[in-house]
Design a binder for this molecule. Structure first.
Ligand code: ADP
Ligand code: ZN
Ligand code: ZN
Length: 671
């Protein structure tokens, strides 16, 4: 066997591949996956060994030696290396900039003086589940058992799309499938991805209680550095058998991974919004494929991407049509309320006011949903037409009443509300439109004795305040809950008999082609918060467009038909998932520079006929935090030609001398 004189080492640098270093004396010939410390210029950095060789292209005086092997921790597996490499290739980044950031900071930073002790401390025994915590598991319904059987019976790579109405007990299905997978072989591990862990602490404790004999760890960005490193290490060393985590957990090292579950697979938060714009859902499927294990994607409103895979027979479609718990069998009735021309001071149509009042009289809770925080989205002067705007963004500044400020929701800018119009001096400035604060105020005026509580990001800035607010709802100390998206996710409210949706129409008007898909998902999710009390419940959606097909599908509670119709529309227009896209964005001080760079990119593009390169345009939010932004859309009917085109083209762009900041996003979530 050839001696491994050189180790190829992957670093967190914009380099195409690994760098060669001299292997340490008497070292292992199989170092792949080990982390080590190497010199880089005058610095030392941590890298990962990706291979060995007996030769190097570097001249003898330039090749440096590995400074230290960090073998306190077992090497990363070849699967893990292959996964991060795939992600880098697919999302058009370099491998090192995907792989190293996927490690917890404690394992990619230079080790301190007492590294061994640090690692030993991280290995402190996990808080073991206590059998006393074990919950009584419900007897699975016939539908649930059938689904679990299918998943448990699968061999090799088996992608499933679990399409289950809200309340159909998808969580029980996940847990039962995980349980079967863990029992099937010693050392088996499960990965359960969820959109946002902080908003659903119930789920984490439910999972822990369900597996009292196994260690369950959580992985998300809200953890302290030590906690995150300990959880990561427990997964890497097989001590943790279940990992529940947000999108970053898709890169967890799991040597025994036997099943992957993605809850609320349609949720946009699976797509990274910065850095490498990966989709954790898509990588979860890829990972399962690489390992030959089942992957279960669950949702009440599957993404059209997954829906089309199921329709094409590539994913097996599993359905749950009924609510699981006996006492919440009755799904809420959904009615549309057209406010018509009748103007109300509150912005809440009279039939909705009546429903709220009846609900209060019966002592039941109601939930008023409105996806807009603040008091009014803009402050305006009727005399001269002045409108409050952010000085740094191409956006309005939102009026926040509690501290009488104007705030920009894009860059965080804020200032006091002017007493009079800055242009004409008119003292009668008006808040235009309604946000959660204003609706909260109106509700309190309409129902003075009701206990109204608002939950949105502004009301829950302090640590634990969100958890306390939700507890108050669960304890029945709230009559009317007003909230944004924050209240829709996964909360198992037991006593909500009425759900009201106020500004659905604003999302109908969005220019993003995914807007109606997203709106439907949001509406189903928020409406699903009702009807868990055993009594009849209602959902009232205020809209000026009751004839819109989205609303008729909603009232029929027929997502399948809606998704099929959308898919047919996308096919006709040749839009995703019926085509594949990439988005090149550029940022500069002046819009012309950003657009100019993109025009240059168009000129350089030697696109084959299967790949369409559109014209550069300013982004929907053309200026953010003082930076002008423009975008260029690239589209192809098939993935392969798109990727084949992107790689050399982006390499050319990287080589350009004068260029603004730019980014590439493959499968962009928003356009
Ligand atoms: P989903 O995630 O599909 O919206 P959940 O998993 O939250 O639904 O389940 C809804 C409710 O039904 C929960 O309170 C859950 O405990 C209960 N549940 C689930 N399965 C069963 C079952 N087989 N029998 C009784 N209750 C169940
Ligand atoms: Zn004015
Ligand atoms: Zn701003």
């Amino acid at each position: 066997m050839a001696t491994a004189r050189y180790w190829q080492i992957l670093l967190d640098l914009p380099l195409a591949g690994s760098l060669d270093y001299m292997a340490p004396e008497g070292s292992s010939n199989e170092p792949t996956g080990l982390r080590c410390v190497v010199p880089l210029g005058r610095r030392k950095v941590v890298g990962i060994v990706t291979g060995v060789s007996s030769q190097t292209a570097l001249s003898a005086d330039r090749v440096k030696a590995v400074a230290r092997v960090l073998d306190e921790v077992a090497p990363l597996s070849s699967h893990w290396l292959a996964l991060t490499r795939f992600a880098a290739d697919y999302y058009q980044h370099v491998w090192g900039e995907v792989a190293l950031p996927a490690l917890p900071p404690a394992l990619r930073q230079l080790p301190g003086p007492r590294f061994e002790q640090v690692i030993a401390r991280l290995r402190a025994p996990l808080p073991a589940g206590r059998s006393a915590d074990a919950v009584r598991r419900p007897v699975l319904s016939v539908e649930q058992s059938a689904v679990v059987q299918q998943v448990a019976g699968a061999t090799g790579f088996a992608p499933f799309l679990l399409f289950g109405v809200t309340g159909s007990g998808k969580t029980e299905v996940y847990l039962a499938a995980i349980e079967r997978a863990l029992a099937a072989r010693p050392g088996a591990q499960a990965l359960l991805l969820v959109p946002e862990i902080n908003l659903t602490p119930q789920l984490e404790s439910q999972v822990r209680a369900r597996f009292p004999d196994h260690s369950v760890v959580a992985l998300h960005s809200g953890l302290a550095a030590g906690e995150r490193a300990a959880a990561w290490l427990a997964a890497h060393e097989g001590r943790a058998r279940v990992v529940i985590g947000t999108r970053l957990a898709v890169f967890a090292s799991l040597p025994g991974l036997a099943i992957v579950v993605v809850d609320e697979e349609h949720d946009p938060s699976y797509k990274a919004g910065e850095g490498v714009r990966y989709s954790a859902r898509d990588l979860a499927v890829k990972r399962a494929q690489m390992l030959g294990v089942p992957v279960l994607l669950g949702s009440a409103t599957p993404s059209l991407e997954s829906w089309s895979q199921a329709r094409a027979g590539r994913y097996r479609l599993l359905t749950l049509t009924q609510r699981a718990a006996l006492d919440d069998r009755v799904a809420p009735s959904i009615e549309l309320v057209d406010p018509g021309r009748e103007r109300t001071d509150s912005g809440i149509a009279p039939p909705i006011q009546r429903a709220l009042s009846e609900c209060l009289e019966r002592g039941e809770q109601s939930l008023v949903f409105l996806n807009r925080r603040g008091y009014a989205p803009v402050v305006a002067c009727e005399a001269c037409g002045w409108m409050s705007s952010c000085p740094n963004c191409a956006a309005y500044a939102v009026f926040h009443k509690p501290d009488r400020t104007l705030r920009c929701h894009h860059c965080g800018w804020s200032a006091g509300v002017p007493r009079s119009c800055p242009t004409c001096g008119n003292a009668a400035l008006q808040g235009v439109g309604r946000g959660t604060q204003r609706i909260e105020e109106s509700l309190q005026q309409l129902f003075p004795t009701a206990r109204v509580l608002r939950i949105d990001r502004d009301a829950t800035r302090r640590r634990d305040s969100a958890a306390r607010a939700f507890d108050a709802v669960h304890r029945g100390e709230v009559d009317v809950l007003v909230g944004t998206q924050m209240v829709t996710k996964g909360h198992d409210f037991r006593n909500i008999a009425l759900v009201v949706v106020l500004n659905a129409d604003s999302q109908l008007a969005s220019q993003d082609f995914r807007a109606s898909e997203r709106l439907f998902a949001t509406l189903v999710q928020v409406i699903g918060r009702a009807g868990r009390s055993g009594r009849p419940s209602r959902a009232l959606v205020q809209t000026r467009f009751p004839a819109h097909p989205l609303f008729s599908a909603l009232t029929r509670q027929d997502y399948a038909a809606f998704a099929d119709a959308l898919l047919a529309e996308r096919r006709r227009a040749s839009m995703p998932p019926e085509s594949h896209q990439a988005l090149l964005t550029a940022e500069a001080r002046h819009l012309d520079d950003a657009l100019g760079f993109l025009r240059q990119a168009v000129d350089l593009a030697a696109a084959p006929s299967e790949v369409r390169v559109y014209d550069p345009v300013p982004m929907a939010l053309a200026r953010r935090a003082g930076v002008e932004r423009a975008q260029l859309l690239i589209e192809a009917s098939h993935r392969a030609p798109l990727h084949a085109f992107l790689r050399p083209w982006l390499a050319e762009l990287r080589a350009l001398k004068a260029r603004p900041r730019w980014q590439i996003e493959v499968d962009p979530a928003e356009i």
